[in-house]
Structure formats: C-alpha cells, structure tokens
Ligand binder design. Structure first.
Ligand code: SF4
Ligand code: SF4
Length: 111
C-alpha cells in the first residue's frame, strides 16, 4: 500500500477492526483485528488479501492534500474515500480535538 509520497510505514490502523471485513474465513470487526496483520509490518498476506482490502482507499495515503499529521496511526482517524470522505475513529482510540479540527478544516477545503 504506497502512494507516490506516502507509505503505511508502521501504521496498521485499517486492519485493526475499525473497518469490517473477512479475510480467509476470519471476520474482522471492532475488538477483533485481522488475523493476518503484524505489528509494524502490516499485512502478511498482502498479495493474497481479500477484495474488500484491495478496494479500500485510505485517503491519507492517496491524497497529499491531507495533512501529514492526520496519518491514521498518529491521529486515530481513518479517512475513507467515497462521494464524500468519511473519517472513522480508530476503534478503542481517542481522537484529539486538534486532529478533529484539522480534519474538519481539510474537509472544508474540498467544499
Ligand atoms: S490506515 Fe492508511 S496508512 Fe494506515 S495502514 Fe491503512 S492504508 Fe496504510
Ligand atoms: S487481509 Fe491484510 S489488508 Fe486485509 S485487513 Fe487483514 S492485514 Fe489488513
């Protein structure tokens, strides 16, 4: 999962259960991270990951207009693409007021 200028690095936020999915028969939901995610390493079945994972677009990763500070592992917000982007709080983590305001400001620039 890379873009021209950004990489997941040690982030594994989208595999931790915030986004609902199923990988090789294992369900993923809040409180139940993916069975195939390794800390600081990411997806251990990257080439064979399910379609839902392939379809997911992390807006922080793909859109350089999103502030660096909003990297999901830093902000606890996952910005999901769609007709209108949606920011999902990482399950079980706090989103700081600063990051929420930063997201709201970024979103306003798209209006
Ligand atoms: S949330 Fe985004 S940056 Fe983090 S691991 Fe997923 S795709 Fe990479
Ligand atoms: S299969 Fe890979 S990309 Fe999909 S949730 Fe699990 S670790 Fe993440």
């Amino acid at each position: 999962m890379t873009s021209r200028s950004r990489e997941c690095g040690g982030c594994t936020a989208c595999c931790g259960g915030t986004l609902l999915a199923k990988a090789k028969g294992h369900y993923i939901y809040p409180g139940k991270p993916c069975a195939f995610v390794a800390k600081d390493e990411g997806c251990t079945i990257h080439g064979d990951r399910p379609k839902l994972c392939r379809m997911f677009e992390c807006v922080w990763l793909s859109d350089p207009s999103v502030p660096d500070e909003l990297k999901p592992s830093n902000s606890n917000l996952i910005i999901v693409s769609g007709p209108a982007p949606v920011a999902l709080p990482v399950h079980g983590q706090q989103v700081s007021k600063d990051h929420q305001v930063m997201y709201d400001e970024w979103l306003a620039t798209r209006a």
